[in-house]
Design a protein around this ligand. Structure first.
Ligand code: ADP
Ligand code: MG
Length: 273
């Protein structure tokens, strides 16, 4: 497709969902064996009988994941606080405009009806989402928006934990050898986040290497955030995933996204519509 625009508050779980969606779509577009050839006899050896070798079909789609991280765009581009702006910055949000130009170019480079692009980012300005919607239309491919929902308090807590980890340098946790020789994870300071099932997500915490936002920057982006509106063309179809959504619910939403972008629900998009 098709362009899949993720949006949500800072540190609300967008990258986590983008990676899950990437894994899901990868499995859907993986080449499958052709069913047109008859099934091989039970004891046949495909190495000696070429007629029974499965025919691999080329994938119908290529998949791309684009984010601030993949483009090396720092969090500071969203920072409008005057005390944090370097003197040479022309206008308050010049760096954010430059960052958007880089994202736009990266999307434009690959987007086509046969290239699925997952755009993981804040995408919090409706005018920007409109611009992306128009770009998809220009190349006659559908687009959709996935809102990653999370309470402001929870998202803020994630950023604070990242700030804490940065202050502590090594990630705020130590790996220690247990008596049985297995490495135990010990976290300094606050207890780790609980998952949907109430279990501690040690692994996810361990792999979290994302940079935090400066607190004033974080608060400011939340203040400026423009919620997607499914009544507008550029924010629809709109899919929502919230923090608490478990694997089954997440999969159900991903199935719907797949249907919209590649399945029977896919609409033909004409550039001049
Ligand atoms: P964003 O990309 O919006 O900044 P991330 O995807 O990096 O947010 O997530 C921030 C943190 O929250 C990570 O440590 C991640 O493991 C955790 N997290 C994200 N979504 C969930 C979820 N649905 N359930 C539990 N933990 C989550
Ligand atoms: Mg992210």
């Amino acid at each position: 497709m098709p362009l899949i625009i993720l949006t949500g508050l800072p540190t609300s779980g967008k990258t986590t969902r983008a990676k899950q969606l990437h894994a899901y779509l990868s499995s859907r577009i993986t080449p499958s064996s052709s069913s047109s050839s008859p099934p091989p006899p039970p004891n046949s050896n495909p190495n000696t009988n070429p007629t029974v070798a499965p025919q691999i079909q080329p994938p119908k789609y290529s998949l791309h994941l684009i984010s601030d991280t993949t483009l090396s765009i720092p969090r500071s581009v969203y920072d409008l606080s005057p005390e944090n702006l370097p003197a040479h910055v022309r206008s308050a949000n010049a760096s954010e405009k430059d960052a958007r130009a880089a994202v736009y170019a990266a999307v434009k480079r690959v987007l086509s009806p046969r290239d699925i692009v997952i755009l993981d980012g804040l995408n919090y300005i409706k005018g920007w989402r409109y611009q992306l919607f128009c770009e998809a239309k220009n190349v006659s491919t559908p687009s959709c928006v996935v809102q990653v929902g999370c309470t402001v308090e929870r998202a803020r807590a994630v950023n604070e934990r990242r700030l804490q980890r940065r202050r502590e340098g090594s990630g705020g946790r130590r790996r220690v050898e247990g008596r049985d020789g297995e490495a135990d994870v010990v976290k300094d300071g606050e207890g780790p986040e609980e998952g949907n099932d109430g279990k501690v997500r040690e692994e996810e915490e361990d792999n979290d290497e994302e940079e935090p936002y400066e607190p004033s920057n974080w608060e400011n982006v939340v203040f400026r955030y423009e919620e997607p509106n499914p009544m507008t063309r550029w924010d629809s179809p709109l899919f929502t995933l919230v923090w608490e959504d478990d694997e089954a619910q997440t999969r159900a939403v991903f199935d719907k996204i797949w249907d919209t972008i590649a399945g029977e629900g896919r609409k033909t998009v004409k550039p001049n519509q």
